[in-house]
Design a protein around this ligand. Structure first.
Ligand SMILES: [Fe+2]
Length: 223
């Protein structure tokens, strides 16, 4: 079970306490994105825990790791976290970064899952098609809204543009709608707070028979 946890803590970001809680709940690897640096004490935690990732294309001076190989029922699963560069931080090229990781880890894994944390749908599709047949799955995160395009690409890679959010439905990307509307209408700074109410869990279930047959199903569950 892989979960993007970049906004799992109050406000946004991920605290070590909340990361430990997610791991204890059964998450095997936590990926992240642009908000991973929000909580100060996560930096040392990222260096000491290889189950919590930050995007691999951040500069090498940044703490933490951008990928890991986890063991799951005898399968070695390479989990890579990447960030897009369109409308986001100008990080290293995610395509080049992934090429390098696949080359470095060749022979060390059986299946591979890429969390591509990106804004632009075109960038997510481009990366997925470029690595189609070379990785088990490319799944997008960051936009919070699940897309209706879960499918297996022509060469066998499972793909969805965005997995969607796990969080309150009656808000705007998890935030209280009143504050977000006020920001749009006044253009003045506002303090965001998490919305309340019923929670929707979004994600996808990917099945792979050692890469021979891959399937992907988007899921949404009321909690
Ligand atoms: Fe993000």
């Amino acid at each position: 079970m892989i979960a993007n946890g970049e906004n799992a803590s109050s406000g946004n970001g991920l605290s070590p306490f909340d990361a430990e809680m997610l791991l204890q709940c059964g998450v095997d690897v936590i990926t992240s994105g642009n908000h991973i640096w929000k909580k100060n004490d996560i930096k040392a935690f990222l260096d000491s825990n290889n189950k919590v990732l930050r995007p691999a294309n951040y500069p090498s001076l940044c703490p933490g790791n951008g990928y890991t190989v986890m063991d799951s029922n005898g399968f070695r699963i390479l989990v890579v976290n990447l960030m897009g560069t369109v409308y986001m931080e100008s990080l290293a090229c995610p395509f080049d970064t992934l090429e390098g990781i696949l080359r470095r880890e060749e022979g060390n894994y059986d299946l591979s899952v890429i969390d591509f944390h990106a804004e632009a749908t075109s960038e997510k599709l481009a990366l997925a098609y470029e690595f189609d047949g070379r990785v088990t799955a490319v799944v997008g995160t960051h936009t919070h809204v699940q897309t209706a395009d879960a499918r297996v690409l022509p060469k066998g890679t499972a793909f969805i543009t965005d997995l969607g959010m796990c969080g309150p439905v009656d808000g705007i990307l998890g935030v209280r709608k009143e504050e977000v509307i006020s920001k749009f209408r006044t253009k003045m700074p506002v303090r965001f707070a998490a919305a309340s109410g019923s929670i929707l869990l979004c994600g996808a279930v990917i099945e792979s028979n050692n890469n021979a047959k891959v399937s992907i199903e988007a899921i949404q569950m009321d909690l």
